[in-house]
Write a protein that binds this ligand. Structure first.
Ligand code: CA
Length: 221
């Protein structure tokens, strides 16, 4: 099996909907769901090639698309500010005041989810600055969400009242069209799927690798 890094549909079954790689732009690799920036557009060294760089006042907007059929989102994130008492949103769905809004954010070195006025701690795993983490949010058979960090299940069934993964902003919550409680750091390789991923697939994506540019005789032998 070759590298899946550049594939929108890594499992070749039509489940992959979009892939944002942030190689100097906010385009979807499949070309259907190109994002636009709020605030200053920046890129820096990422998990794979480049990543989107967020300053706490910026976001990538994909709100013009209908992602109501999304069942799984995966993303690499690397926060440069993770420990303060401000929410730093990695992924936000819909508008903050809509009842099925959900966001996943770093707050005081922990992952939290926020839904319909309720803040819930996802896990006590410490999120440290300048470290790459792999996050998967997966819809389960109850219609609620399970969370995986670095391919390990860290929380189940949060929130438990039918929120929606209808992705709106990458790197921010959305408060009436404004950037709100935004991320500071890097986000890379954001994928969305129209079905839940199984644990083996989450492990495959966690172990994705960037394809080598070329081989020469000297580095083969
Ligand atoms: Ca990238």
């Amino acid at each position: 099996m070759g590298s899946t890094v550049n594939k929108v549909d890594p499992f070749n079954d039509g489940s992959g909907v979009a892939l944002w790689q942030f190689e100097g732009n906010a385009n979807d690799t499949g070309g259907n769901y190109n994002g636009t920036w709020h605030g200053t557009e920046r890129y820096d060294t990422g998990k794979f090639g480049q990543a989107a760089k967020f300053d706490g006042n910026s976001a990538v907007d994909v709100s013009s698309y209908d992602f109501s059929n999304v069942k799984s989102i995966s993303s690499w994130f690397n926060c440069s500010v993770c420990d303060d008492s401000t929410w730093h949103t990695i992924l936000g769905s819909k508008q903050i005041n809509q009842p099925d809004n959900i966001k996943v954010a770093v707050y005081q070195n922990r992952l939290h989810t926020y839904h319909n006025g309720a803040d819930q701690l996802i896990s006590n795993d410490v999120i440290s600055p300048d470290v790459w983490y792999y996050l998967v949010i997966n819809e389960n058979s109850n219609g609620n969400y399970d969370y995986y960090l670095n391919s390990n299940l860290i929380a189940s069934n949060l929130p438990d009242n039918n929120a929606s993964l209808d992705l709106y902003y990458i790197g921010s919550d959305n408060n009436g069209g404004s950037v709100n409680e935004a991320f500071i750091g890097l986000i890379d390789q954001v994928r969305i799927f129209n079905r839940a991923l199984i644990t083996d697939e989450i492990a495959i994506l966690y172990n994705e690798y960037k394809p080598s540019k070329s081989f020469t005789r000297s580095n083969i032998f």
